[in-house]
Design a binder for this molecule. Structure first.
Ligand SMILES: [Ca+2]
Ligand SMILES: [Ca+2]
Length: 507
């Protein structure tokens, strides 16, 4: 007998278990849409601050990464979580994964899933308020009326006037139910709550099968009126006995008729076409008014051309490019100027250092290096200045000397042979020129001595190598050679003068 009942139970279970098929599959006219603002699931179900996006919760509820624990297994607890957004579609599907576990063989009180006109407040009906407006689906664990029909999944509609009859598990108020043991299952149980064409159907996955899509039919209610717009919520409560009431997922999908959507799109397209026609009509009227204005005001010479008044996109982009290039050019010019300044400073420093190394020997004193360097540089500059000035003076003297020699040569080439008196006159002229030459030589000698004196004190020829041999022409040698050349030059002209004079004398 018992074996027969056991086999019958298994057989019935096999009959009722089937793979759930989505309505949008069986009815191609339905378009399914996921409503993420009316859903939550793990992982990362809650933010770091513990809040759940698009949802609000309270009472004993605690959200974590994987679930929302509506109540812990502690006596007399009430918890709730409600959507912040409303569900307004005519057809929808809730897919809820939950777990109800407790240490006792019997648990309490249970959990409720809501779709109500207003968000619930904490109350006496599985953690939410009584006399609600809308749908309540109860997972009633505790058998209050002792009819041994709990745990039970029961559906109750309320127009806001009915009070839930806890003592009898609402047995006279519920519109549909199925008795299922949903507590302490090895896997989370799942509910599919389908509301299509005003018919409510509930399916349950018993939390034993590994097949996620294995559902049992629970109950179906036809022709029920639910609020057009409502909030979704999950609440739970414990009493003298206590269970953990956890929600792991709540996924909401809505369904829309494909033809209705097409009509809505068509209506939108129609409206867009209407707006376009209105715009074209307005534009035509505007152009007509502008033409009438020009016709009535022929003297108005300023014909406004919008294309001339406003910069075109191409012109604006081109202007931006030119401005950018001009800025780049200015930057390059500035960099080039600074580089030139820097290069000049480097060259001056290099020249100064080389002069110091070549011309200025170390003083061997304790003067700081920078001060000594400046003093040496000043001394070299002063010496060069004096040298330059002396050479200029010497050049001027040489110029005068050359002029006088030219005059003497001219006189020698054109002798005046008119008489002895004239010869005496010419001889006197030559004597004067020779005197001037002598004075000039003395001046050159004086200048040379002065220059040599300064040069010997201030300018030294750079040495080559460690031997110290002088490889350059010293100032003394230079001016001595110059003076010797001048003396030879004068002596030569004097000799020629004598040669020219004696033949003419003895002719
Ligand atoms: Ca109960
Ligand atoms: Ca009962």
């Amino acid at each position: 007998m018992y074996s027969y009942l056991f086999i019958s139970t298994i057989y019935c279970s096999i009959i009722y278990v089937f793979s759930y098929t989505d309505p949008s599959v069986t009815n191609p006219q339905l378009v399914k849409r996921f409503e993420y603002k009316l859903s939550f699931k793990g992982p990362h179900l809650a933010f770091k601050d513990g809040s759940v996006p698009f949802w609000t919760f309270g009472g004993s509820a605690i959200a974590s990464d994987e679930q929302v624990r509506i109540t812990p297994s502690i006596r007399s607890q009430k918890g709730w979580i409600w959507s912040k957004n409303t569900l307004s579609a005519n057809d929808w599907l809730l897919d809820i994964k939950l777990r109800i576990t407790g240490r006792g063989r019997v648990g309490a009180d249970g959990m409720a899933i809501w779709f109500t006109e207003n968000p619930g407040v904490e109350g006496s009906v599985f953690g939410s308020n009584d006399q609600w407006k809308g749908l309540g689906i109860f997972l009633d664990s505790f058998d209050n009326d002792a009819l041994q029909n709990n745990p039970i999944i029961a559906v109750m509609l309320n127009d806001g006037t009915k009070s839930y009859d806890h003592q009898h598990d609402g047995s006279s108020q519920i519109q549909g139910s199925c008795v299922r043991d949903f507590r302490n299952k090895p896997l989370p149980i799942r509910l599919k709550i389908e509301y299509i064409n005003q018919g409510l159907t509930i399916y349950i996955n018993n939390g034993i099968s590994q097949d996620d899509n294995a559902f049992e039919f629970c109950t179906h209610i036809d022709h029920i009126q639910l609020p057009k717009v409502g909030y979704l919520g999950v609440t739970a409560a414990t009493g003298g006995l206590a269970d953990d009431h956890d929600v792991l997922e709540l996924l909401t999908h809505t369904y829309f008729d494909r033809q209705v959507l097409a009509k809505a799109h068509a209506a939108t397209d129609e409206q867009a076409r209407k707006y376009k026609e209105e715009y074209e009509k307005y534009e035509q009227e505007l152009q007509k008014e502008q033409a009438d204005y020009r016709k009535d005001h022929p003297d108005a010479t300023t014909t406004l051309n919008e294309q001339q008044l406003y910069e075109t996109e191409y012109d604006r982009e081109f202007r931006v490019i030119l401005e950018g290039q001009d800025q780049i050019r200015l930057s390059l010019t500035s960099v080039d100027r600074k580089m030139a300044e820097l290069l000049g400073r480097i060259e001056r420093l290099t020249s100064t250092d080389s002069r110091q190394v070549e011309n200025v020997p170390s003083t061997g004193t304790n003067i700081p290096a920078d001060v000594a360097r400046i003093q040496d540089i000043n001394r070299v500059i002063n010496a060069n200045t004096d040298m330059t000035r002396t050479i200029q003076s010497f050049a001027q003297v040489l110029t005068d000397l050359q002029q006088k020699v030219n005059n003497l040569q001219t006189n020698l080439k054109n002798p005046q042979v008119v008489g002895t008196g004239n010869q005496v006159v010419g001889s006197n002229v030559d004597a004067n020129i020779l005197n001037e030459l002598r004075d000039t030589i003395r001046q050159i000698k004086s200048e040379t001595n002065t220059l040599l004196h300064k040069s010997s004190n201030q300018i030294q020829c750079p040495t080559v190598g460690s031997v110290g041999d002088s490889s350059c022409l010293g100032p003394y040698t230079f001016f001595a050679i110059i003076a010797l050349q001048i003396v030879i030059f004068i002596g030569y002209f004097t000799y020629r003068k004598q040669q020219d004079y004696f033949p003419r004398k003895y002719l």
